[in-house]
Design a protein around this ligand. Sequence first.
Ligand SMILES: Nc1nc(=O)c2c([nH]1)NC[C@@H]1CN(c3ccc(C(=O)N[C@@H](CCC(=O)O)C(=O)O)cc3)C=[N+]21
Length: 286
Amino acid sequence: MNAQLLDGKATAAEIRRELAERVAKSAAAVGRPPGLGTVLVGDDPGSRAYVAGKHRDCAEVGIASIRRDLPADASQQQVEETIDELNADPACTGYIVQLPLPRHLDANAVLERMDPAKDADGLHPVNLGRLVLGVEAPLPCTPHGIVELLRRYEVPLAGARVCVIGRGITVGRPIGLLLTRRSENATVTLCHTATRGLAWHVREADIVVAAAGSPGLVTPDMLRPGAAVLDVGITRTGQGLVGDVHPDAAQVAGWLAPMPGGVGPMTRAMLLANVVEAAERNANTP
Ligand SMILES: Nc1nc(=O)c2c([nH]1)NC[C@@H]1CN(c3ccc(C(=O)N[C@@H](CCC(=O)O)C(=O)O)cc3)C=[N+]21
């Protein structure tokens, strides 16, 4: 492998150590530790595993865990009552609703019902709006994790051409908003399934963010030699989890955040960071 590893696993572990110190301070100031809530509807094995991972992370840094698991046939009203409870629960500093929700539920209505001050994912419409306005708000975890990973490995962002593949709500749609801030100064092209000449767009890029959920989509021939490549795609197959980046891309890329071990662990670390930041805000505004 030629590419330098963007080691999300190790970087996330370092961030968790930093957060553990802030958690201890915040707990002393507020009189209780920050608490992360999760709302999980149904028994999708992938979603269960992600939620379990989030609670393991919480235990490691001293954040309290609040779990609300609902059956796959839960009604909209049941889910919204759970949201109301977490909004009112002083032990819950921030929470997430694990996506995707079962199809019979209206996910946007659920997100809108959340208290934006408790939105640990940064996906509430008010917080996405604040991101557009440049007002301080919890940032979407995966885009924030990507920026933090690039920053810690000193991958140059100012003036860089970034090609994002995928326009999903959690990654592709918001990441351009972070990367084009004055503090990052990148130039972002957002590609999707209707993009003509995807390979051309990828080849122009200094940084490629592959978040389409299409296994092996980014092949080595598409890449500018030396580019930083971040694999955000996760597809469950008979052979296990497969990313959007072809394994041979490592021979052309200058940096690679692989799946697993790249952006996923950073996403989880940024979720914890959002909860700690909310707790610190609470401590400052009694
Ligand atoms: N409200 C909400 N917020 C989310 O942040 C959210 C969500 N819903 N729904 C699903 C996606 C997916 N997601 C992942 C987070 C970490 C890893 C992760 O840590 N992956 C490990 C491998 C994990 C494994 O082996 O299964 C890695 O890449 O190294 C993966 C996926 C968060 N999501």
